[in-house]
Ligand binder design. Structure first.
Ligand code: ADP
Ligand code: MG
Length: 694
């Protein structure tokens, strides 16, 4: 049901945002809250009490009966436990109550969230604390309070806390640089993020008939349909009615929650779509993306659809990713990755650019790990997604400028002397629209970087934590050197050209899909980890531990816990997929093919007794038999192999990648051939054609 409200009134109407707070809180309380945010200090209890009271009144007017501390455990999705506002009066009635204490602190029974060893189950207490920089909102009759989640001993158990810490760090180091360029006003530098979200929509009834989709979110079997995406007739195509109704409903729900949903269109694969929001600060963008994913699923169900966020629901057509547009801006809105118009602005731009290039080159493995999941393995390096090798695309013009800085030669385009940063005016650097190089994992797009390796289902926290932290690190190193420089311009010039020279290997503008790039990247000494199992062990390399602990983004224990969880999750996902395959092959596919074969055998017997030729049936029986035998063996191989999984996590990941996945592939090969050989009426579940062209 579309709301009667006009969009400007609708937007954010379910959010207890700053405007609402200003309106509903006594000025003293409102300013107290503002001050806590600006200084990063704790909310005094009396302020918290008044905010809680106002929040409760506002929420109950909107029909809320419950409140929940909403948090982001290390599973990558969100969690919530709902408490009602009711409080007994002693005479059989209740009043609605909500205190400051309940607002700022919660204690969910958190024993079943992964802690990566940070917290033994017997001391399972976890705490949640309101993140006052994020707005509370009402959804499904509950007041949602965005919170951080941590253990009794204070270790972060979530994705929000380290993200907030990394945002503080990059702000602090960026401001040191800005001060050197004479900026004395900026109080905060904000990591801003816009995450474009891809997804699939399928009819619910077809989805329900496939165990693989229900249990794993992707098809584990399925022969290629006669038509794929070769005609390119879906990309930006007309949106069908059922889908556009879903999209309209989704937009309204997102707008109500203050999420800046902006663009929607069909994507490359049949049934695939995309939603792009307008960028905000990284913390809000991360909350917003989590909500977007959750609401997409719920909203789809309402329209008799299912929303798949899996990275590769169907073999042979594009998978889904998430483009993470990232940049840094001052609190007055100046984008620090915008090439400037004056020499000083350009010099500043080049410092930020050089820091980014150095950081990505130095910490390429860390970045790779933040997108390393079992499901994303199906995308990275496949034909629609960037390769598993990290590199940066800058566009022709910027690459040429950087080359001339490295070489110390003239930049040839406009008539100019030798390019001296901070002295000469760089040529205006246009937003690169001509060559958007879709094969690049990290592309400069005019005033931001687009990190394109993220999987569609993952939290964007991890990649942004990494981007913020490596940027903080490099900016900090630059600031150390520049702050003690006697001749600022000369030191700057040397620093930028030295940095670019040392890290230019990470810059690549060519085709990332080809084998030539793999060879070239190897010559350049760039890492190439085609699978999560290969990438994840590098997560806890000493240099990464040093990086994150130096900036206080993670303690070593917190960081190691993430490593454990990433590996465990990889192992569990592959294990569930393998067991689902065995189950489907044994209980659905093999029986279907055998039944059909049996029917053909009966026909052959009948025809033979009447002396009628039955070459077709005999041929089909032979083919079916070859592949039912093959399938039977493949099932047994896989079942057996699953009993030998090593205990140790890293060995298990290697085993799943090196042994189990190839066995799954060969099982699928026989099953998919059987799908083609078996008469449609015998086949136990909807095929690719049924689903993708419903
Ligand atoms: P396209 O990539 O299709 O050309 P845009 O460049 O407009 O589209 O933006 C794509 C995404 O990048 C959007 O989510 C947008 O809000 C986001 N974006 C734009 N500018 C910035 C920025 N400075 N920082 C972070 N994200 C940004
Ligand atoms: Mg994009």
């Amino acid at each position: 049901m579309m709301s009667e409200l006009k969009l400007p009134e609708l937007f954010g109407c379910d959010v207890f945002n700053e405007a609402t707070m200003r309106q509903r809180l006594p000025e003293k309380v409102y300013l107290g809250w503002k001050n806590c945010i600006a200084t990063g200090t704790q909310l005094p209890l009396d302020v918290a009490n008044e905010i809680a009271e106002a929040m409760k009144n506002w929420a109950t007017e909107k029909g809320a009966t419950h409140y929940t501390h909403w948090f982001q455990p290390m599973t990558g999705i969100t969690a919530e436990k709902h408490d009602s506002f009711i409080s007994p009066t002693g005479d059989g009635r209740v009043i609605m109550e909500f205190s400051g204490k309940e607002l700022v602190r919660g204690e969910p029974d958190a024993s079943s969230f992964p802690s990566g060893g940070l917290r033994a189950t017997f001391e399972a207490r976890g705490y949640t604390a309101w993140d006052p920089t994020a707005c509370a909102f009402v959804r499904d009759k509950s007041l949602y309070i965005p919170t951080c989640f941590f253990s009794y001993t204070g270790e972060s158990l979530d994705k929000k806390t380290p993200l907030l810490r990394s945002m503080d760090e990059v702000s602090r180091e960026a401001i040191r640089i800005l001060r050197l360029f004479g900026d004395s006003d900026t109080k905060r530098v904000i990591a801003s993020v816009g995450a474009e979200q891809e997804y699939f929509l399928l009819p619910k009834d077809l989805y329900a008939q496939r165990e693989d989709l229900r249990l794993t979110g992707r098809t584990l079997f399925g022969a290629q349909p006669p038509k794929g995406q070769e005609l390119d007739d879906h990309y930006f195509g007309t949106i069908r009615t059922r889908v556009s109704e879903f999209m309209r409903d989704l937009d309204e729900q997102l707008w109500r929650l203050g999420i800046l949903s902006k663009t929607k269109h069909n994507e490359g694969a049949p049934c695939q779509h995309e939603l792009a929001p307008i960028y905000t600060d990284a913390n809000t963008a991360c909350d917003g993306n989590q909500l977007t994913m959750a609401i997409m699923k719920k909203c789809a169900a309402k329209h008799n659809l299912v929303c798949l966020l899996h990275e590769k629901p169907f073999a042979g057509v594009n998978g889904s990713g998430k483009h993470n547009n990232w940049s840094l801006a001052t609190d007055s809105g100046k984008n620090l990755f915008s090439p400037g118009k004056t020499p000083s602005q350009n010099a500043r731009f080049l410092v930020f650019l050089a820091a980014f290039i150095a950081g990505v080159d130095e910490y390429q493995d860390f970045l790779r790990c933040t997108v390393a999941t079992a499901s994303n393995d199906h995308r990275l390096g496949a034909n629609e997604a960037p390769p598993a090798i990290i590199s940066i695309f800058l566009g022709d013009e910027l690459t040429a400028i950087i080359q001339s800085i490295i070489d110390g030669t003239n930049y040839q385009e406009p008539e100019k002397g030798m390019l001296r940063i901070g002295v000469d005016v760089l040529p205006a650097i246009p937003k690169d629209t001509t060559d958007r190089n879709r094969t690049s994992p990290l592309a400069f797009t005019g005033n931001k970087f687009e990190f394109r390796m993220l999987g569609s289902s993952q939290s964007i926290a991890g990649p942004n934590i990494a981007l913020n932290t490596i940027m903080a690190e490099e900016l900090g190193k630059f600031a150390d050197e520049l702050e003690k420089a006697e001749d600022f311009d000369a030191t700057l010039q040397k620093l930028v050209s030295k940095t670019l020279r040392e890290h230019s290997r990470i810059i690549f503008g060519g085709n990332g899909y080809g084998d030539e790039w793999k060879e070239e990247a190897a010559r350049r000494g760039l890492s190439n980890y085609p699978s999560a199992a290969q990438a994840l062990p590098t997560y806890i390399d000493q240099k990464n531990i040093d990086l994150v602990t130096r900036h206080g983004v993670f303690t070593e224990a917190e960081f190691r816990a993430r490593h454990v969880i990433h590996l465990e999750s990889y192992n569990k996902v592959v294990n569930i997929e393998a067991r689902t395959m065995v189950d489907m092959a044994q209980h659905q596919i093999l029986p279907a093919a055998l039944k059909y074969c049996h029917e053909l055998c009966d026909t052959v017997n009948a025809k033979r007794s009447l002396d009628i030729p039955c070459k077709a049936e005999s041929g089909m029986i032979a083919d079916l038999t070859t592949h039912t035998e093959g399938l039977y063996e493949a099932i047994n191989h896989l079942k057996k192999a699953l009993t030998f999984v090593p205990k140790d996590r890293e060995s298990a990941a290697r085993y799943y990648h090196g042994t189990i996945i190839p066995l799954m592939d060969s099982l699928r090969t026989d099953a998919d051939i059987l799908e083609v050989l078996t008469a449609k009426e015998y086949w136990p579940y909807p095929t690719y054609s049924d689903i993708l062209y419903y």
